[in-house]
Write a protein that binds this ligand. Structure first.
Ligand code: NAD
Length: 697
């Protein structure tokens, strides 16, 4: 049963009971409708209270029904609100907790609303590329005023109920409860039971003293942010309709806009990302009720670029961290960097002094492995050198308490080998953070061949606690993200040889929506890192083709922003990438040397060679079982590599483009004598899906 019905002192109480957030799924909607009918028929009932069980009134649509016929089956939400409005007895929404999306629209359809303080209230549809579709844009301005309502609708952000109750002239809440909400609501219902006519939000007036000017102002304000997202502008349009049009006409337009947005690729991409994030936290062969290990204290080994950022994540979450280094100077430098980062946040007003002090007080340092013996999770972030990792993991094995989790932040080394340095490979796992580790959302959680299920489940939970998007990866060179990016960068190199400039490649992919093209990205990360990796890689696989231009660049000492020169020139203290004549000459010289006559390459070819390189390597990762699902790969690229959110990630993009067409494009690329034909052989999974007319999802 997803609703309950009972009658107390002549008041019918309908309680939504569909955990975790009382989503308005089919059974819940049906339950509410049945409850309303029962209450009408019962002569002893004077009024009706609608409330939620647990921590929510209602979080809105039931996401497990998304896309299924149940989601729109009657009574749908609009019908349900109609039934409430038509009720001969007053219906009071008793808003006990989370009130969002369809949940708020349902409450707005009730005759009265009583709320508990501290309840988050929101219309978050814009975040999945939609507008509210059950009257939210028409009713909320009528109770909150145009400006407060539009702020909520355009941002999708929650506002606390007491903050809304304090707004002058608001009609959202008829009463706030300061004790037992249900008792307050029952008392209120008894008071108003006889009042007629019943008030309806749809009948309230709505206006703004300078509507045209105000809406134009908001439109300008969101223009940059909403460039690639149609929904925010549609929110404004629909709220403006509430002022211009009769209520029923405004409702009709709202629904039409909602349905139109449902079909847009941007909303599809946002909804895909929404579900992908949830899916990524589930591991098919690890039950969700696996008991977790307790993690109360963290140790970080290595206080360099990554170690410092990793430590900050845990300090921010209120967990004590001890950092170990080989030398005191390195420790001091590491602590100073963390402090500097926090002080920068303080100056920007993002952190208060007392919070800063609290976080720094949670941090301790040591040169002695013995001091790590009480840590529950020990994360190594020392030099990327297998011998150094061996020393560190042997030392950790000596001192760590039984059951402690031993994690490595390695980006390229074999995690199974690292685990074998210890006598407890079941406790070893990879936690691959991205730089800057305190900022980037992505955490690749690397599951070794011996990693215990509860270690994996615990690290996924800890990752969530430090607000990362965790994606599980198997062990391979580069894991999911870097293994794919290597193919993307290889294509970028070929494009230079065949006739592009770095700025042409960057511009094309940035226009596609990437935050940064491959050459600007390499300049930021440091071109020497790739150089180092290539030396190793091509020693092991001399037959692998790649463009030598990146090596020639490093031989010129152009390591990127840190040396003031890379693929681009940089002026001191500035980050603007300026085209470099020297680099152009280097590329031209290299072309002559290998005998390629440059050709003009269209942006479309640039974009698809780069993106389909990701797709093909991604499909191989799925074939090999390194990645669990295509949507995990999308999450890696959306949260770690600047792939445009409104395109939903490489695999989702390929699905939308059509896998058959993707394979056809790959066949064209393979026929190019300067490219790597072997690479463009479609991965078995991709070939099969394309042949069967299917998609990754
Ligand atoms: P870094 O050189 O900035 O820091 C490494 C730190 O480890 C130094 O402070 C060094 O003094 C310390 N160290 C070295 N040997 C030690 C030992 N035996 N005991 C204790 N401390 C020791 O390097 P980084 O960029 O922070 O990288 C650390 C790890 O993270 C590497 O495995 C790297 O591959 C990985 N990683 C780096 C990035 C990145 O973008 N920099 C991203 C993901 C993963």
């Amino acid at each position: 049963m997803s609703t309950r019905y009972d009658v107390r002192d002549g008041i019918a109480v309908i309680t939504l009971d569909n955990p975790p957030v009382n989503g308005l799924g089919f059974a819940t909607r049906r339950g509410i409708a049945d409850g309303l009918e029962k209450a009408q028929a019962d002569g002893s009932v004077k009024a009706i209270v609608l409330t939620g069980s647990g921590k929510a009134f209602s979080g809105g649509a039931d996401i497990t029904e998304f896309g299924s016929p149940k989601a729109t089956a009657e009574p749908n939400l609009l019908t349900l609100i109609e039934l409430i409005e038509a009720s001969s007895k007053p219906v009071v929404a008793a808003i006990n907790g989370v009130c969002m999306g369809g949940g708020l629209e349902l409450a707005l359809g009730c005759h009265y609303r009583v709320a508990a303080p501290g309840v988050p209230v929101a219309l978050p549809e814009v975040k999945i590329g939609l507008i509210p579709g059950a009257g939210g844009t028409q009713r909320l301005p009528r109770v909150l005023g145009v400006e407060a309502a539009l702020n909520m609708i355009v941002s999708g952000e929650p506002v606390q109920s007491d903050q809304l109750a304090a707004l002058q002239g608001q009609k959202l809440f008829d009463r706030m409860s300061d004790g037992d909400l249900l008792l307050t609501a029952l008392g209120f219902a008894a008071e108003i039971a006889a009042q007629r006519p019943l008030p309806l939000v749809r009948e309230l007036p709505v206006s703004h003293p300078n509507a045209d000017g105000y809406f134009q102002f908001v439109r300008n304000g969101i223009a940059a942010k909403a460039r690639n997202f149609p929904a925010p502008a549609k929110c404004i349009e629909s709220v403006a309709n509430a002022l211009k049009l009769p209520f029923d006409e405004g409702m009709k337009r709202e629904l039409a806009i909602f349905i139109g947005l449902m079909m847009t690729p941007e909303s599809k991409a946002l909804r895909h990302a929404f579900f992908a994030e949830r899916a990524a936290s589930k591991i098919p062969d690890v039950p969700s009720d696996t008991p977790l290990r307790e993690v109360r204290k963290i140790a970080v080994i290595g206080a360099g670029t990554m170690g410092g950022g990793i430590a900050m994540n845990f300090l921010n979450a209120g967990l004590p961290v001890v950092m170990l280094e080989a030398k005191q100077e390195a420790l001091d430098r590491g602590v100073a960097t963390i402090r500097r980062n926090y002080e920068a946040q303080l100056r920007k007003g993002k952190l208060k002094q007392d919070r800063l002090d609290q976080r720094m007080a949670l941090l301790s340092t040591t040169l002695n492995y013995g001091d790590l013996s009480d840590a529950d999770m020990l994360i190594e972030a020392v030099f990327e050198d297998i011998e150094v990792k061996r020393q560190v993991f042997q030392a950790l094995d000596e001192v760590a308490k039984p059951g402690a989790i031993l994690a490595s932040n390695t980006s390229t080394l074999d995690l199974n080998r690292i685990a074998s340095f210890t006598k407890r490979p079941q406790d070893v796992i990879g936690t691959h953070f991205f730089s800057p580790a305190n900022v980037m959302k992505l955490l690749e959680v690397v599951r070794g061949k011996n990693t215990a299920d509860d270690v994996l489940a615990t690290v996924m939970a800890i990752g969530k606690k430090i607000r990362k998007t965790c994606v599980v990866s198997g062990v391979c060179d580069g894991f999911i993200g870097n293994r794919m990016i290597e193919q993307y960068i290889r294509q970028a190199g070929f494009l230079l040889e065949e006739g592009c400039t770095p700025q042409q490649v960057d511009r094309a992919i940035e226009q596609f929506g990437f935050a940064m093209g491959p050459f600007r990205m390499s300049d930021l990360a440091g071109n020497d890192i790739g150089w180092y990796i290539r030396k190793r890689r091509y020693q092991e696989q001399p037959e692998l083709r790649y463009s030598r231009t990146a090596d020639l660049l490093c031989e010129m000492g152009r390591f990127g922003q840190k040396t003031g020169a890379g693929w681009y020139d940089y002026q001191p203290g500035r980050r603007d990438a300026l085209p470099s004549k020297l680099v152009d000459e280097m590329i031209e010289g290299h072309r002559t040397e290998i005998g390629i006559a440059p050709r003009k390459i269209a942006d479309d070819e640039i974009v698809h060679r780069l993106v389909f390189a990701l797709v093909n390597e991604g499909a191989r990762l799925l074939d090999e079982g390194i990645a669990l699902r295509a949507s995990d790969i999308d999450m890696v690229y959306l949260t770690g590599y600047g792939f445009p959110l409104y395109r939903g990630g490489p695999m989702h993009y390929a699905d939308g483009y059509g896998l058959y067409r993707v394979v056809k494009a790959m066949q064209r690329f393979a026929a190019n004598p300067h490219d790597d034909a072997a690479f463009w052989t479609p991965a078995p999974l991709l070939a099969r899906l394309a042949a069967e007319g299917k998609t990754f999802s």
